[in-house]
Design a protein around this ligand. Structure first.
Ligand code: CS2
Length: 424
């Protein structure tokens, strides 16, 4: 049996990579929950099996997914996870740890060695972060002179796995420089573009999935009928035949990840903040708002010229499909879920549109407006003393509480997200 180790077992992984892998009889996944003890306990109570609810044009269906050979908890079982990465039956490691889980430095070119979880892992006997555990597993594989292995980032970052490679090499250079040569020669980091909208489930949605499930006792994830996975075909060793589940292997993922980040994710962030400020709660309400829908189309008009071939040939249908996907009321996709981690997401989704348009000397008023809407949102949350769900929440609060002028505060917020300061 061949194995994948997945770091960051959560809703998106279970709706996406685990679903693509579940029909493959010769592969299993060792799932690693980073810190959610309840999810870890619940999955282990049912041998890792769960319900995947899917809302599509035919309504709601639920499938039982049982692909995990083990489900570990990173905060307590790092030793087992490291040994599993080093194990010869493991050929692939995948990650979904969200943008903030890579601890990228300010310009995204490497690891922020001063990030507290990274500094703690480098000083500890046993790491707890996904990066620390991944690197320790690769080092253990190197010392055992293990076989080649492929690492896939499955997060919404441009050039995701190549960024991950730089982060890993920076960590290993500090933690175990003697392993650098083996890791560089035996580890492939293949970029991916992942797409499947996976809303956080309400108690009502959980009940709806249980009602149509053969195993109502299992924990549930909810998602849409649409799914897409584009993967760089640069594997160091054996790889799952994910193409049999609809994944696409290409030589270069860039245009597809560009299209996804600049159209789906950028508009998501824009109408999450604009929608919340307008009093909307769900995605389907925001996209039905004529003013916000016009803003989304204007943003897409600015972003479209930045999407290179071959993905550029698909944009008319892609845009219509996005409007259809956003408009499904049964998904009850909360704008507040998308609004989380804004300072990390905006830098990947909206700032590159402004930078790309500036480089091409094309208009980007709507992209600038979208970034300003994020600023308006964080100001509104600050004024209401509502805690901001953002890894930079403390820094943002300090900026907004300062006696600097509004213009200076805006400038500091733009600097925090790596945006051109002429937006202020
Ligand atoms: C969303 C993404 O919450 C968010 O930031 O924009 O999770 C989005 O739903 C996925 O990228 C869709 O594939």
């Amino acid at each position: 049996m061949k194995r994948i180790v997945h770091l960051g077992l959560g809703n998106f992984h279970r709706a996406h990579q685990a679903w693509y892998t579940s029909p493959l009889s010769d592969w299993k996944i060792t799932g690693v929950v980073m810190s959610n003890r309840d999810l870890w306990r619940e999955l282990n109570e049912h041998d890792g099996a769960y319900n995947l609810g899917t809302w599509d044009q035919y309504g709601l269906k639920s499938d039982v997914i049982a692909i995990y050979d083990d489900v570990f908890l990173a905060t307590e079982q790092a030793g087992e996870i490291i040994a599993r990465i080093a194990d010869q039956d493991t050929h692939v490691v995948t990650l979904t740890v969200t943008e903030k889980g890579y601890y990228l430095n300010a310009n995204g070119t490497g690891l922020d060695l001063n990030a507290a979880p990274i500094a703690e892992d480098l000083a500890a006997q046993m790491p707890k972060s996904a990066i620390g555990i991944l690197c320790s597993g690769l080092v253990a594989r190197a010392s055992a002179k293990g076989g080649p292995i492929t690492v896939l980032s499955c997060d919404n970052l441009a050039d995701n796995s190549h960024k991950l490679r730089r982060v890993v090499m920076d960590y290993v250079a500090k933690a175990a420089p003697e392993a650098t040569t083996w890791i560089e020669a035996n580890t492939s980091f293949a970029n991916t573009m992942v797409d499947r909208i996976t809303p956080r489930l309400s108690p009502q949605a959980i009940e709806e999935i249980a009602q149509v499930s053969a195993r109502p006792d299992l924990c549930a994830v909810g998602t849409e009928g649409f799914s897409e996975w584009v993967i760089e075909d640069t594997f160091a060793g054996p790889r799952p035949a994910w193409e049999t589940s609809g994944a696409v292997f290409v030589q270069d993922v860039a245009s597809f990840e560009n299209r996804k980040l600049r159209l789906l994710n950028a508009s998501h962030s824009y109408f999450a903040y604009a929608g919340l400020l307008a009093g909307h709660r769900f995605v389907h309400e925001a996209i039905a708002d004529p003013q916000l829908r016009a803003g989304v189309n204007a943003l897409w008009d600015e972003a479209a010229p930045l999407v290179p071939a071959p993905a550029s040939a698909t944009l008319t249908d892609y845009r219509q499909a996005l409007l259809d996907r956003f408009a499904v009321p049964a998904m009850r996709h909360e704008l507040a879920q998308i609004a989380m981690d804004g300072s990390m997401k905006i830098r990947e989704r909206l700032v590159p549109i402004v930078e790309g348009c500036a480089a091409n000397d094309t208009p980007c008023a709507q992209a600038k407006q979208a970034i300003s809407t994020w600023i308006a949102f964080v100001r509104d949350q600050h004024a209401q003393q509502t805690p901001l769900n953002d890894p930079n929440a403390q820094e943002i609060a300090t900026i907004l509480a300062s006696d600097a002028s509004v213009l200076e505060q805006d400038g500091a917020l733009l600097e925090l997200i790596g945006a051109p300061l002429d937006l202020a």
